[in-house]
Design a protein. Structure first.
Length: 189
């Protein structure tokens, strides 16, 4: 479903645009997702709306085909979890560190958003089929109106990205481009 309206208090939630992940998945799509996320963050700040910047600082327990070590992950190098400079982190931004795919699991994100009166989340970031999709599912389960900025999300796997954007996100909420969100933001403020 295409974006119909922005609620009175939406929050921008930027997923995992941190140095270690961005550097590992560099390319045009990543550069575009970072640039568009930064544009949205600047606009939300100008309108006095919450900007939540999420990074991942660890791995969940459990064996996977990609990490059969029972959940143990190698220590991240210094600076790996630092947010990319392009986001221009401000003192008014809210920082959430997660150790699971979803930004809601075992973090204070839901409490923070409810305390701020947020009823709608606009999601951007990396990886579309992992951190972004998990956060979108959790946001929907928590009762938030979900909007995914389809040109501000990316995934190292193009087919996973297409599936999430084309099949999953429309079931969880609304989708829009960065420009469409900026237009709604400007029209309602």
């Amino acid at each position: 479903m295409t974006l119909t309206v922005l609620d009175p208090t939406p929050a921008l939630v930027v997923i995992d645009l941190q140095k270690g992940i961005v550097e590992a998945h560099s390319g045009d799509a990543v550069t575009a997702a970072v640039r568009r996320s930064a544009e949205l963050a600047a606009a939300f700040r100008r309108h006095g709306l919450p900007v939540v910047l999420v990074n991942v600082t660890g791995a969940p327990p459990g064996r996977t085909d990609n990490r059969p070590s029972g959940g143990a992950a190698a220590a991240f190098p210094p600076g790996w979890a630092d947010l990319v400079d392009e986001l221009d982190v401000r003192p008014t931004d809210h920082l959430i560190s997660k150790r699971r795919r979803s930004a809601f699991h075992d973090t204070g994100l839901d409490t923070l958003l409810r305390d701020l009166g947020v009823t709608q989340v606009v999601l951007t970031g990396i990886s579309t089929g992992s951190g972004v999709e998990s956060t979108a599912r959790s946001a929907s389960d928590h009762g938030y109106h979900v909007v995914v900025a389809t040109d501000a999300v990316t995934d190292p796997d193009v087919e996973t990205h297409r599936h999430s954007v084309g099949r999953v996100f429309p079931k969880l909420g609304e989708t829009a481009t960065t420009d469409e969100i900026l237009d709604k933001l400007g029209a309602t403020r």
